[in-house]
Design a binder for this molecule. Structure first.
Ligand SMILES: *Cc1c(COP(=O)(O)O)cnc(C)c1O
Length: 364
């Protein structure tokens, strides 16, 4: 089977929008070519639309989603700053580590994997935190954490949100929810290859940025000077031109469809997948009412598998026989759950139907 027929239903990357594939073979341009700078400006404008923000400092960082996470903490945390972090999976725990490496005094609010974090617990964890940080869509567990209440109750704290798996695939409202800094990644619900981390920072967070962050590369004020067309376009680093073309095209495809329509498409596919898995006898891992549509977690046991086949071998059969990739579990649920992505261009009913059919057929 040609590799172009792969259906990427893991936790990312997803399949690419056809417009993205076409954009990636555009002729190479210099990173200061006016033609490219026009595309970069338009990409930042499209990111504002998708983040639902008017923040001037909104741009694609050169690096994967993890670069967005690092940039958030390295620019906002000075040694000794109190930071509250919600942890209900791998990525919340990674935020703790990144913040600690920046010297933060971290207060963890931890709940068991599969459960959402109670916003009241985050708000009550410290009397005067500089930052409250949480993952919106925990890709390791398939759980949604609620953001809006945090924005309402944050007081003087800055609200930092990991929107890596949420952006484009479910409602996210940077300004209306009072998010001060959010970052994402291109390969989850945006339908673009991995390599850029869209990030948005409001004026409140800009005013609170540490003057000389410990990273030169991820210094958001230096990067902002290059991206901001009203300034002098001071050289900072060479922008990855083809990746910006790809993101520009992916955001174009997303906005042509309509942001709300994309959210609804992800929701619809997730619902069909959840119902189909239920009919096949799977139990879902994430707490009901807080399940992500774009990343589904299901317990796997022997009764879901042909005899003598373990869950990793089953994933291998799905890949080799049907060209479908799904993901295994992480951390405490490794070997016990599957993670099934339905993100970006992959979030189509026919892909869900193919996976459900394949699961039924292999087991039969
Ligand atoms: C994938 C992911 C990241 C890390 O992004 P990379 O592109 O792998 O660096 C961070 N947070 C969440 C919630 C993710 O799903």
């Amino acid at each position: 089977m040609p590799l172009s027929d792969r259906v990427l239903m893991g936790p990312g990357p997803c399949n690419l929008y056809p417009e993205v594939v076409a954009a990636m073979v555009r002729p190479m341009l210099g990173h200061l070519d006016p033609e490219f700078l026009g595309v970069l400006d338009e990409t930042c404008e499209r990111l504002r639309t998708v983040f639902r923000t008017t923040n001037r400092l909104t741009l694609p960082l050169s690096g994967t989603g993890s670069a967005g996470m690092e940039a958030a903490f390295v620019n906002l945390v000075a040694p000794g700053d109190p930071v509250v972090v919600g942890v209900n999976g791998v990525f919340g725990q990674r935020m703790v580590e990144v913040a600690q490496r920046c010297g933060a005094e971290v207060t963890k609010v931890e709940v068991p994997w599969g459960e959402p974090i109670d916003p009241a617990a985050l708000l009550g964890a410290h009397p005067a935190p500089k930052i409250i940080a949480v993952v919106h869509a925990e890709t390791s567990t398939g759980v949604r954490n609620d953001i809006e209440a945090l924005g309402q109750g944050k007081g003087d704290a800055l609200l930092v949100v990991d929107a890596v798996t949420s952006l484009g695939g479910m409602p996210f409202e940077a300004d209306a929810w009072g998010v001060d800094l959010a970052y994402s990644a291109t390969q989850k619900c945006l339908g673009v290859p991995p390599g850029l981390a869209p990030i948005t920072v409001n004026e409140r967070a800009r005013a609170a940025m540490v003057p000389r962050p410990r990273s030169w590369y991820l210094d958001l004020s230096l990067i902002g000077d290059y991206v901001d067309s009203s300034g002098g376009r001071t050289y900072h680093h060479t922008a990855p031109v083809p990746m910006v073309f790809a993101l520009h095209a992916g955001l174009g495809a997303l906005l042509d469809e309509g942001l709300e329509q994309s959210w609804a498409r992800h929701q619809h596919c997730g619902q069909i997948l959840h119902e189909g898995l239920d009919k096949l006898g799977f139990h879902l891992f994430a707490r009901d009412g807080h399940r992500l549509a774009q990343l589904t977690t299901a317990w796997v046991s022997e009764r879901h598998l042909p005899s003598g086949v373990d869950e990793a071998q089953m994933r291998e059969i799905l890949l080799s026989r049907y060209g479908i990739e799904i993901g295994g579990g992480l951390g405490p649920v490794v070997g016990k759950v599957w993670r099934i992505g339905c993100m970006g261009h992959t979030a189509r009913v026919r892909n869900v139907t193919l996976l459900l059919g394949a699961l039924a057929e292999v087991r039969a």
